[in-house]
Design a protein around this ligand. Structure first.
Ligand code: NAP
Length: 287
């Protein structure tokens, strides 16, 4: 039977433990508050009373606690440190790139194989095709656990041996997501201002999201190749739309924080001389 240890049984750790139990894994668990293991134990998991014992129970341990400071607090005990030598650790707590580098160096010093991961999914999506987890660090650790990783997330790319790559990519994705949230909530106000249903807008965006993905892929390639001078969509063209957003907010008497912010960003890029270049030229102003 395939075995894994899961350290941290919050919403995310519990979701991963549940999925792996359903997929036939023997799951050894540890959590600071032991009562959180009760439901999992009823489903067939094993609760192990100490972290050192939990690490020794399987070749691979997944650590999924609030943050890297908590991961360090959990693992930085003599018994746990000694148990880590020759074992594999998958860190799935969220952290910064520097925290990933520091944690990776600490694990290496203790003789553990270290794979850093960043989860881009909610607990209820774990085990589904739409769940995404980014990995970087030890390729051997990724290969050794590929079967288990595939059971946790439909999209789980290995981003390279640079240990910070997963958390950097996760933060880049989150920057995109949070800008999309702000845009969506302003969009919700636009819909409301004309008496339209906001849930229809959510459905519409879900339907056209492959097109949005294609656009972002294209802009990423433009930045990578530094080829801004043959625009499909110029900064000037985008500015016309932003002015329309400002006009609509004024006409509807609604909050205009988002279009004011967008207008400031795009104006700066146009002042820098990029108006007739591809919209991605805004990155040159950000640099
Ligand atoms: P959670 O439900 O709040 O659970 C937090 C876990 O961390 C609990 O097991 C808690 O133990 C443990 N913990 C916190 N501080 C600790 C310490 N000092 N020593 C030992 N254990 C400690 O959080 P979660 O949703 O499971 O999230 C876990 C990680 O997944 C986070 O890094 C989060 O950013 C990431 N993540 C979560 C989501 C999500 O939607 N939930 C999505 C993507 C990524 P106790 O039970 O004893 O308090």
């Amino acid at each position: 039977m395939k075995e894994v240890t899961i350290i941290g049984l919050g919403s995310m750790g519990s979701a991963m433990a549940t999925v792996l139990l359903e997929k036939g894994y023997q799951v050894h668990t540890w959590n600071r508050s032991p009562h959180k293991a009760e439901t999992l134990v009823a489903k067939g998991a094993r609760y192990v009373p100490t972290v050192g014992e939990a690490i020794r129970a399987s070749k691979t341990s997944i650590v999924c606690v609030s943050d890297y400071a908590a991961s360090r607090e959990v693992l930085d005990h003599e018994d746990a440190r000694a148990a880590l030598s020759g074992r594999t650790v998958l860190q799935l707590s969220t952290g910064s790139p520097q925290q990933a580098r520091d944690f990776g160096a600490w694990m290496l010093g203790l003789g553990a194989n270290y794979l850093d991961g960043a989860i881009a999914a909610s607990p209820s999506q774990i085990g589904n095709p739409e769940a995404a987890i980014f990995f970087s660090g030890s390729k051997a650790a990724y290969d050794e656990n590929e079967d288990m990783i595939e059971r946790l997330a439909g999209y789980a790319p290995f981003l390279g041996e640079k240990v910070s790559a997963a958390s950097t990519t996760d933060l880049a994705f989150l920057a995109y997501l949070f800008a999309a949230y702000i845009g969506f909530f302003h969009a919700a106000r636009i819909m409301e201002s004309d008496g339209l249903d906001v849930d229809h807008l959510g459905q519409l965006i879900a339907s056209i999201s492959p097109m949005i993905g294609d656009v972002m892929k294209y802009e990423g390639e433009v930045i990578h190749r530094a080829q801004f001078d043959q625009p499909q969509t110029s900064l000037h063209t985008c500015m016309v739309t932003i002015e329309l957003l400002l006009q609509q907010a004024s006409e509807a008497g609604m909050n205009n924080d988002f279009p004011v912010f967008a207008e400031r960003m795009f104006s700066r890029a146009i002042q820098d001389g990029y108006g007739n270049e591809e919209v991605a030229a805004l990155v040159k102003t950000l640099r």
